[in-house]
Design a binder for this molecule. Structure first.
Ligand SMILES: Nc1ncnc2c1ncn2[C@@H]1O[C@H](COP(=O)(O)OP(=O)(O)OP(=O)(O)O)[C@@H](O)[C@H]1O
Ligand SMILES: [Mg+2]
Length: 249
């Protein structure tokens, strides 16, 4: 059984950056190989990890639709092959990008293909990190079976903190299953938790809530279009994520 860590939150709060650091930390502490799943159609997890993505599950699905008639091979088999070819391999982790969930054709079919592909792939890895698009769409579509640790990311604003509570409520309402809940308040000014943190932790029953400061090195890497994977070993955000992964991984 693989352990799955999923990150969600509203747009631009740092989900993909933190997913990159989750993956680097897991690899660093020997919890590998990790399967990194980029579940955002406007994907950039590959960029954060310094890995080139050539094709996605979405594009594999579309080629299969067009090619399986021409080749004497079953759709399912061809799809497996194409998905395996879409896997980008790196040291300690592999990356798969989901691409667009819905294409032309039946939405349910597309969704089922995704689910099956993710399940088959995930079963081959002891650790899986899922970077989601903003919101809870992917989790509510049940593209993964069971999440071990759901990480909700927010900024420190009052609105951001309220969003955490709302996302938690939505996750419960939509029956998203998870064993542990972690809240991360990212890009805070002094690295301190806002006052409302205690209330939000209490309301959500989160096992853990941590604050991460605004970090110059991470901002510079992004400005220079360099992967967050390259962050220095002594970086304080990286060290905090390492600590978190040791604890929950
Ligand atoms: N702690 C931090 N300090 C400084 N910059 C940060 C920090 N965390 C994230 N960033 C920057 O914030 C920007 C948005 O981060 P990121 O792309 O990870 O957010 P996201 O939640 O994945 O966005 P989206 O919803 O578009 O997928 C990036 O430029 C990233 O480098
Ligand atoms: Mg993102």
């Amino acid at each position: 059984m693989s352990r799955l860590f999923a990150l969600s939150g509203k747009g631009g709060v740092g989900k993909t950056t933190l997913a990159g650091l989750f993956i680097r930390s897991l690899v660093e502490i020997g919890k590998k190989p990790v399967l990194a799943i980029d579940a955002d159609p406007n994907s950039c997890l590959g960029d954060m990890l310094g890995v080139r993505v050539r094709s996605t599950i979405g594009s594999a699905r579309e080629t299969v639709r067009d090619e399986s008639e021409a080749q004497k091979i079953s759709k399912q088999e061809l799809l497996r092959m194409k998905i395996a070819q879409s896997l980008a391999e790196s040291s300690g982790f592999d990356l798969i990008s989901m691409g667009r969930p819905e294409g032309p054709g039946c939405y349910c079919y597309a969704n089922n293909v995704l689910k099956l592909a993710i399940k088959e792939l995930s079963d081959q890895y002891p650790y899986v990190v899922l970077d989601n698009e903003a919101g809870l769409e992917n989790l509510s579509r049940r593209i993964v079976q069971s999440v071990d640790a759901l990480t909700l990311v927010s900024d420190a604003s009052n609105a951001g903190m309220n969003t955490l509570g709302r996302l938690y409520g939505l996750a419960r309402e939509m029956g998203v299953g998870f064993r542990k809940l972690v809240l991360i308040v990212n890009r805070t000014r002094g690295g301190e938790l806002p006052e409302s943190a205690t209330r939000v932790q209490h309301d959500t029953g989160a096992q853990k809530i941590i604050a991460l400061p605004y970090d110059e090195e991470i901002a510079t890497l992004a400005e220079e279009s360099r992967p967050v994977w390259e962050v220095s070993d002594g970086n304080r955000i990286y060290k905090k994520i390492l600590e978190l992964m040791r604890e929950i991984g």
